[in-house]
Design a protein around this ligand. Structure first.
Ligand code: SF4
Length: 237
């Protein structure tokens, strides 16, 4: 089996509930989606990055692992595009007793379930309708998959949290519908966080909009947080 890795680097986690932690990022190549705010566009082509055997990729990861690294983050692109390879790489990391972390739009529950046993912390990213992730007519199909991945992760008792990127285009009604769907799928007690992440540098939401979005989540989950991409403020990748 082969794997295409776009880049591998140590940095400070800038997103989600574990922001601030020293992390080894393994950015997998490939993502077929089209979010207008995507900040990793270079890694979207399936043939971007460099191809390795799993054995060589594991060696590459080992040679990049620094001391006191809190976790290894499999990111992309979308790592589920290469789910079989990611499962093998994550297994290798787990054998070193380092937590593994998956960040994905969770677009395919079968691929997700294949990787899940080897992942400790899961960031489930729900896309809003305005994200341009996919064409509107097939949006619901993908959200159904993301919802099933959320359910699966919670049932497997993984540390699971939700992230939603919002922009000035995000509509309150759409966001409310998505939030209601999420909390009719899982109990607030079974998730470890709910992060509203404003877009950076493109169609940025106003503070008023962010507060309105916060107010939609709060009655369901009082620990909701608005967290920008903190790594951008220190010039980290
Ligand atoms: S799913 Fe992620 S990697 Fe793919 S286009 Fe959207 S933001 Fe970019």
């Amino acid at each position: 089996m082969k794997v295409r890795i776009f880049e591998i680097f140590t940095s400070v986690e800038g997103e989600g509930i574990l922001y601030g932690t020293k992390t080894l990022f393994v950015r997998l190549a490939g993502c077929p989606f089209t979010c207008f705010y995507c900040d990793t566009k270079e890694s979207l082509p399936l043939d971007s990055g460099t191809e390795y055997s799993i054995e060589d990729a594991n060696k590459l990861i080992d040679s990049n692992l620094k001391k006191q690294t809190y976790k290894v983050n499999f990111t992309g692109g979308d790592p589920l595009i290469q789910h079989q390879a990611v499962a093998q790489l994550a297994k290798h990391i787990q054998e070193k007793n380092i937590p593994t972390y998956l960040e994905s739009s969770c677009f395919d529950v079968e691929k997700f379930n294949h990787v899940l046993p080897f992942i400790d912390i899961v960031k489930i990213e729900f896309k809003t309708k305005d994200s341009e992730f996919v064409e509107e007519k097939i949006y619901d199909k993908f959200i159904t998959h993301t919802m099933k991945c959320l359910e699966s992760s919670v049932n497997a008792k993984k540390t699971t949290f939700i992230k939603i990127v919002v922009s000035s285009k995000t509509k309150l009604d759409d966001f409310k519908e998505l939030t209601n769907q999420i909390f009719s799928t899982v109990s607030k007690n079974n998730i470890s966080g709910f992060v509203i992440q404003p877009t950076y540098g493109v169609s940025e939401p106003s503070l008023d909009l962010l507060l309105d979005l916060y107010d939609i989540v709060y009655p369901n989950y009082i620990d909701v947080k608005v967290v920008p991409q903190l790594h951008k403020f220190i010039g980290a990748p």
